[in-house]
Design a protein. Sequence first.
Length: 136
Amino acid sequence: MTYNLQFEDVFTSVFETVVKSFKDKSRDIVNSILMSLIVSMKNKNDALRTSLEEMFEDETIIKNMNLDEYYDHMLSLQDNLERLVGIAKQHRNKSEMFNEFYKSVKDLYETVVYVTIEVGFMEAKSNHEVFLENAS
């Protein structure tokens, strides 16, 4: 079970290349690349939501995680996605495919923020339970 989602700056680079290529006559190729990126974003979103559900079901997962590393990774992911959302927003009116890409990146960004907050709540609850156990 993996809780870290690998997100490279390659998505930003690929998207910027796609935007430049859109001006050419290679719209079919551009749409194909955009569709692959959209599917990738949706898969990452699903994986992140699934991992959160697993954490809700099994509270020991939070206790066994290196949360500092997890938060660092999620904040880096959030920063990368925020930058990509900004770029995608600028180009979302170029075509329906660009708009779909924008929506998929925005959805993933919102999920990353939500999951990070929920993990923080679960960590606080776990720490409180440990405190209560030690206090008694």
